[in-house]
Design a protein around this ligand. Structure first.
Ligand code: NAD
Length: 223
C-alpha cells in the first residue's frame, strides 16, 4: 500500500470517517459525495477531499465515494486487516472493564492473553482470555507474536512493566495508567489515554457557552 507521511490530525480523523461509513453502510447508503459526507461530519468538502488524497484517489468526479469501498480502504489504512494481537496487563477495574465491554475483534485485534500479579486472578479465564502470572510475561512474548500491550496497571507499576515490554521488543503500548509514557527516542509506539482529556474539552465548550449566555444577558440588561 502506498504510504505517504500523513499528519497526525488526518490520522485522528480516520476512525471518525470509519464510524460514519459503517453507519452509512448499515443504513443502506452505498454512495456519498464529499459535500454530504462533510455535512454529516461537520467538515468542509475540501477538507474531506484533502484528507483522502493523502492516501491516493478514492472518489470519482461527479460520482462521489463508493461507501463500502472507501470504508474498506480506510480500515486497511488503519491496519484493521493485519490481524494484530494484543495482550492486557493489569486485570483490575479498567482492565476488567475493557476485557468485558470493549470488542477488540471489532477493531481488528485479537486479545490473546492477560497478565496480573494477583494470585486470585492468575490461572483463571475471563471471556475466553487466559490470565497469566507476570512471571510468565517474557516467555509468552518470546513464544507468541504480540503487537500491542494494553497497560492498565497502577501508576506505580507503569514504568517497570513498560521497561519489561520494551525489553521484549513490543511494538506498541496502549497506555491507560495516567502516566505519560512517551519517550522521544523509544522505538515503542505509545498511545496515552486520559479520559479526562475528553471531559476537559467538553468542560471548555460548556464554560464558553455559559460565558456567551452571561455576556448576552449583561448586554441586554444594559440596553
Ligand atoms: P486497579 O487497582 O483496580 O487494577 C490494577 C490491576 O493491576 C490489579 O489487578 C493489580 O493486581 C494489577 N497489578 C498491580 N501491579 C502489577 C504489576 N506490576 N504487573 C501486573 N499487574 C499488576 O486499578 P484501576 O482502577 O483499574 O486503574 C488502572 C490504572 O488506570 C491506574 O494506573 C489508574 O491510575 C489508571 N486510570 C486511568 C484513567 C484514564 O483516564 N486512563 C482513569 C482512571 C484510572
Amino acid at each position: 500500500m502506498k504510504r505517504l507521511k500523513v499528519s497526525n490530525n488526518v490520522i485522528r480523523r480516520l476512525p471518525r470517517y470509519l464510524r460514519k461509513l459503517d453507519e452509512l453502510t448499515e443504513n443502506g447508503v452505498s454512495r456519498i459525495s464529499s459535500f454530504e459526507l462533510g455535512h454529516q461530519l461537520g467538515l468542509t468538502p475540501s477538507q474531506i477531499r484533502q484528507d483522502f488524497s493523502c492516501f491516493g484517489e478514492f472518489g470519482q468526479q461527479g460520482y462521489g465515494y463508493n461507501v463500502p469501498a472507501l470504508r474498506d480502504q480506510i480500515a486497511a489504512i488503519l491496519g484493521m486487516d493485519r490481524g494484530f494481537t494484543a495482550i492486557l496487563i493489569g486485570v483490575g477495574n479498567i482492565g476488567h472493564a475493557l476485557m468485558d465491554n470493549f470488542c477488540f475483534a471489532e477493531w481488528g485485534f485479537r486479545l490473546a492473553a492477560a497478565f496480573d500479579i494477583n494470585p486470585e486472578l492468575i490461572g483463571t479465564v475471563f471471556n475466553g482470555v487466559p490470565i497469566y502470572s507476570m512471571d510468565d510475561l517474557e516467555k509468552f512474548l518470546a513464544e507468541n507474536k504480540v503487537d500491542v500491550a494494553v497497560l492498565t496497571v497502577p501508576k506505580e507499576a507503569a514504568i517497570s512493566v513498560t521497561a519489561r515490554l520494551t525489553g521484549c521488543g513490543i511494538d506498541a503500548i496502549w497506555n491507560f495508567t495516567n502516566l505519560e509514557l512517551t519517550e522521544p527516542n523509544s522505538p515503542t509506539i505509545v498511545e496515552n489515554i486520559h479520559f479526562s482529556d475528553s471531559l476537559l474539552s467538553l468542560s471548555y465548550y460548556v464554560a464558553e457557552r455559559k460565558d456567551e449566555i452571561a455576556a448576552r444577558a449583561a448586554r441586554a440588561e444594559k440596553q
